[in-house]
Design a binder for this molecule. Sequence first.
Ligand SMILES: Nc1ncnc2c1ncn2[C@@H]1O[C@H](COP(=O)(O)OP(=O)(O)OP(=O)(O)O)[C@@H](O)[C@H]1O
Ligand SMILES: [Mg+2]
Length: 616
Amino acid sequence: MPEAFHEEEILGKAYDSRLMRRLLHYLRPYRGVVALAFIAIFFYGILQAVPPYLLKLEVDRYLDPAGRRQMPHFLLRLLSPNPFTGILEIALLLLLPCVLLAFALEFGQSFAMQLVGQKVMYDLRNQIFAHLQRLQISYYDRNPVGRMVTRVTTDVDVLNDMFSSGVVAIFGDFFTLLSILVVMLKVNWKLALLTFSVLPFIVLTTMAFRKAVRESYRRIRIAIARINAYLQEHITGMATLQLFNREERSYEEFEEINRAHMKAYKDSILAYGLFYPTVEFLGILAVAIIIYRGGVMSLRGAVTLGTAMAFIQYSQRFFRPIQDLSDKYNILQAAMASSERIFKLLDTPVTITDPEKPRELPEVQGRVEFRHVNFAYQDHHLVTENVSLVIEPGETVAVVGHTGAGKTTLTNLLLRFYDVTDGRILLEGIDIRQLRLRDLRSNFGMVLQDPFLFSGTIASNIRMGTPWITDEQVRRAAQQVNILDFIESLPEGFDEPVKERGVTLSTGQKQLLSFARALAHDPRILILDEATSSVDPETEALIREALRSLLRDRTSLVIAHRLSTIQNANKIVVMHKGRVREVGTHRELIEKRGIYYKLYQLQYKDQELPAVRSET
Ligand SMILES: Nc1ncnc2c1ncn2[C@@H]1O[C@H](COP(=O)(O)OP(=O)(O)OP(=O)(O)O)[C@@H](O)[C@H]1O
Ligand SMILES: [Mg+2]
């Protein structure tokens, strides 16, 4: 079993007081409604014992002369002496209101609790999403997307089941059981005990049922998680899958996972299929015993006819809540497991947060300093080692180096997507960990290697919800990065819808939009990570031209593979295997004949090759 699914394996207890207390906390804002639901279900439970008793009254008072003699005096006085009026009274004045009231109470309870369940789900989902937003990026490196989606959807749904049909309904069944039990014992304890004689068998059946369902439930959970993960990955990678003609293989893999899911369900279907008829059978057995014993006792005059008849009804009513309770047990168990997973997510500590006593950031000039920075994503494998680097206000500093040298990592650290393992990063001389995240990040504009667009419109993707950016500024930013013509050629211009992840745009177009996005926000410090890697040389030249003026009074950190784009930088930093190996201007580094020189030579050669060929 892949490690990724171990969380789904948590089975947990059906009742865990620690989890339950925490869950009930979510009911707090709605405690008034919940209290009403409890009161309703309490009376509903009591009402369940009434109809059989009314039957007994009718039979004993009006239909069986022997019964009347045994009736308590106050009941005799309560009902009319005329049998026809009396029977009408019982039906119309006692039974009907009782049934109507039970109906109203059940409706009220179920409506209230469904409503509360939805409200709790709403609160919980908001809370989980808010927490996800605060979690550091390293959490997302470790946890697959599918898992988090499952937490916010499936797991929350399961909790809803518990709130809406579990918690209160359990008490409902319990009250029903209790009131029937009390009345039975009170009316005739011998017959009552006879009814209960099948209980041990029911307990045994229930235990076996729970065990089977529990195991099958665990396997279903794992299978669902695997199906989700498999679908997620293979739908995202559909083009690659088709390219490599993997359809058949993938189909077989999927079929296997899917089959495991079906098999797991088959077991639970068998368990349910056996359990309900068994309990039903035992219940009917109890009724049969009562029909026989009650009949005999009634013939011998030990009980009235009314009592015998009422007991038949009681024994029928007695087993329904028991059956329900085992179903509720499964709901509870699922809810405990889900809440365990949800709380685990909610309890994941947010390690990158605002400091307790944040320092105020002075007017940002744009001085950035890395001081002996060590960093490892995981374990102890250092990705940057003793990196020191100063960017003075207004300077353009370029970072170059091989793939995987640690360039993007530097920007991740600067924006506190990750925190340094050792050393410090300073903005205006202040350790960035002493600043509010919002203060820190709002000073940076960033164009990424892999731009991300949200569904919305072109304009909304440039503005990113920042209120002070005017339409004019959005337009100007687009113009500066030379994408205005393209936008205006779209049917709806700036209001053209952008699909999820910007799938309808080319990578270069996405990059330009993300460029415009950064510029529109007019940041003090601009970070460009391979920002023009996907646009054609002509567009790149235009952007570079535009940037020249834009970068003039701005600090910028430019990461580039194409060395031709950074020759004018004030400083070029050469990273190699996580270390800063060379620092200087283009000219200085060329003269040094070190790593930069080699990189430059290589690229120079690459660029010249086609030209050489075309000449020959
Ligand atoms: N989220 C991550 N978790 C673990 N390791 C990572 C993570 N991101 C990057 N790395 C590792 O850190 C090292 C540096 O990666 P980084 O992205 O900083 O390289 P880069 O210099 O930007 O490369 P490129 O030029 O390809 O963009 C690489 O060896 C990479 O495998
Ligand atoms: Mg990179």
